[in-house]
Ligand binder design. Structure first.
Ligand SMILES: *Cc1c(COP(=O)(O)O)cnc(C)c1O
Length: 453
């Protein structure tokens, strides 16, 4: 954190200097607080914040969580001292411009030749917008997504009053093409949502075939790559890359969602939705008596369902991408390290007597369980491992997550275990931090030891 100790005061100085030019003024007495009062409350805050998991540590390999890059913190904090609102150019001209620039870079990363898009406060809201645009362009039709798609799709279908259809997955957790084809044959589906990087397993739906089938039925394709999107930078089939085919097909879809607050090194409050046809802007048309007076240029609020949004989020992402760009040599190196960590872990699982891999990872999420003969035993051993690994001295703890699977999920993947319960918890680890790569052998060894009956 040395970086921040040096740079954060520079952000404060720069904004103060800019504001001073408008003339000094005193803070209103109602806003003045004593150092003593602030210090006391602040001590309590930092004390209470200790009730957390060490998301930034390489031995935290549980959920999709990690602190932002220092550049993102610097960009966010500096811009937040002004607190621009990216709803309209009146609210934050500089950060709205930054948002347009970075959204264009993300669109280029996915191969879109033209686009319309913006940042959102989350992947959930970004998907809501994409599904809403889907409903507007294919009214009265249903929206299909895989059974392993993020639950937000079924929920948002309810919100927008569209019937959602869950399509079965195959033995790798990908959308089953036969099931999709049967659903499309009904003629009632207007949009298919493909997930590149399912939240549970990191599975990649077979996008080229999904596009072909869906187009043949006159329907629309939305890609939810909230988690996996930035892996497009390393989608080259190389030893530490990911599969090229699904990512290369993104250029042909209608809309895409990606979360810079997942693999884009950003703090929460940063999703993105991008449409390949700028014409979807017509769905958003509205007039506002309060805003949009400072220029005839497109205001982000004119193409967004959300109104107020942090300009600081755009500043954070902009600054981050200036120093860690959307290239293989930039953010790609972060993702390659995560990918190598997952592959190494998978290799170790493959030769382990104590642990069994559930399936192969397509990104940086691995799933495994303490080797046992019955589902009830797997469930109990996984739960025990989850707790045992997180116990003990902080400098030794390993933080994991669990994932619930059905007996049929295990059977389809060739796991010969007794189905004495409908479901079992297994382990799920997201190797999201590049630093975790070096810890994988030690983590695996420790988990193996803890798993022995
Ligand atoms: C995380 C995620 C979401 C939800 O995004 P939030 O930013 O958490 O709201 C949607 N879809 C997928 C595939 C995700 O991984």
């Amino acid at each position: 954190m040395t970086d921040l100790q040096k740079w954060l005061p520079r952000g404060v100085d720069a904004i103060n200097a800019w504001q001073d030019a408008y003339g000094a003024f005193d803070q209103h007495p109602s806003l003045v607080v004593s150092d003593e009062a602030l210090g006391k409350a602040f001590n309590e805050l930092t004390e209470r914040l200790r009730d957390n998991y060490p998301f930034g540590h390489p031995r935290y390999v549980g959920q999709m969580l990690k602190p932002p890059h220092p550049a993102a913190i610097l960009g966010y904090t500096t811009a937040m001292l002004i607190n621009p609102n990216n709803h309209a150019l009146d609210g934050g001209p500089a950060t709205a411009q930054m948002e347009k620039e970075i959204v264009a870079r993300i669109a280029t990363m996915f191969g879109f030749e033209q686009h319309l898009g913006h940042l959102t406060s989350s992947g959930t809201i970004a998907n809501l917008e994409a599904l809403w645009a889907a409903r507007e362009s294919h009214p009265g039709k249903r929206i299909a997504y895989s059974a392993d798609a993020h639950y937000t799709h079924s929920r948002m279908c309810q919100v927008i009053g569209v019937e959602g259809v869950a399509i079965a997955t195959d033995d790798s957790g990908r959308m089953d093409l036969g099931a999709l084809e049967r659903a499309l044959a009904s003629g009632t589906i207007g949009t298919v949502v493909a997930t590149l990087g399912t939240t549970g397993l990191g599975a990649l739906d077979p996008l080229p075939a999904i596009i072909a089938l869906t187009r043949a039925h006159g329907a629309r394709v939305h890609v939810d790559t909230a988690y996996g999107g930035f892996f497009a930078l390393i989608a080259d089939d190389s030893a530490d890359g990911v599969a090229s085919t699904p990512f290369a097909a993104i250029r042909d879809v209608d809309s895409i969602v990606v979360d810079p607050h997942k693999h884009g090194l950003q703090p929460y409050g940063c999703g993105a939705v991008i449409f390949s046809d700028p014409g979807v802007g017509r769905f958003y048309v509205h007039d506002s008596p309060y805003t949009y007076f400072s220029s005839d240029e497109l205001h982000l609020g004119e193409i967004s369902l959300e109104c107020s949004r942090a300009g600081a989020a755009a500043a954070a992402l902009w600054l981050t991408l200036e120093v860690i760009p959307l290239t293989d040599a930039g953010l790609g190196q972060v993702l390659r390290a995560s990918r190598r960590g997952a592959l190494e872990w998978q290799r170790l699982l493959g030769s382990s007597d104590d642990m069994t891999a559930y399936q192969s990872p397509e990104l940086d999420i691995i799933t495994y369980y303490p080797t046992r003969g019955r589902m009830t035993e797997i469930d109990a051993a996984s739960n025990a491992l989850f707790h045992a690994a997180a116990d003990g001295h902080p400098a030794e703890q390993i933080h994991l997550a669990t994932y619930t699977v059905k007996g049929s999920d295990l059977a389809r993947r060739g796991h010969e275990v007794e189905h004495d319960a409908p479901t079992a918890r297994i382990m799920r680890s997201t190797v999201m931090k590049p630093e975790s790569e070096a810890y994988v052998p030690a983590i695996h060894a420790r988990l193996s030891e803890l798993s022995r009956p």
